[in-house]
Ligand binder design. Structure first.
Ligand SMILES: [Zn+2]
Length: 193
């Protein structure tokens, strides 16, 4: 390896260690090897961080147990029916503590450069539906595809066009369909403070 290539490689590592990725598909920090040390009481499983492969039935996990019971019930019914189609609905994120949400927001500002751009992707602790237990981020791609087709049958709706993985309960969706999506969270009146 040439000196120039080595310097570039080292620079890449340095950039990777400062700009920890949120994970564009899931927005999840779950179990990422080499991820940032998470301070006590800030995040961790008690704050809603979920291990890889968490299901809607892992109710011993605070991130799942903290969900609104009606949302959790709908998600469990959907997960059961999806598994009959050989689709695994993984819960990448559910309920989050305010501290965990704040950390995600801080990391998004680092990642996206400005608070305004970060707001397109990560809500504040005051506005996040996750902090209220009213939202789930699901994976994998198969699961989001399955939910985009069948989620409304369980009143589960995608809310933002730019977040194919983020689902919330919308009463009446099974009858009337899901409401029109917002382009991104900045168009959501709930996100205005
Ligand atoms: Zn979400």
């Amino acid at each position: 390896m040439s000196a120039a290539a080595l310097a570039g490689w080292a620079g890449h590592l340095a950039a990777g260690s400062t700009g920890f990725p949120l994970g564009s598909a899931s927005g999840s920090l779950d179990g990422t090897p080499g991820g940032p040390a998470l301070g006590p009481g800030v995040t961790g499983e008690g704050g809603g961080v979920l291990p890889d492969g968490t299901s809607a039935y892992d109710v011993d996990m605070p991130g799942v147990a903290g969900l609104d019971p009606r949302l959790l019930d709908a998600l469990q019914r959907a997960a059961t029916d999806a598994s009959a189609d050989d689709v695994d609905i993984v819960v990448n994120s559910g309920w989050r503590s305010g501290a965990y949400q704040e950390q995600l927001l801080d990391e998004a500002v680092t990642r996206y450069g400005t608070p305004e751009e970060a707001a397109r992707w990560v809500a504040t602790p005051a506005t996040s539906a996750h902090v209220h237990g009213d939202a789930v981020d699901v994976g994998s791609w198969d699961a989001t595809a399955w939910l985009s087709e069948h989620g409304a049958d369980y009143d589960l709706c995608q809310i933002y066009m730019n977040e194919t993985w983020h689902y919330e309960l919308r009463d009446g969706a099974a009858i009337d369909g899901c409401p029109p999506m917002f382009r991104d969270p900045t168009d959501d009146p709930r996100m205005q403070r």
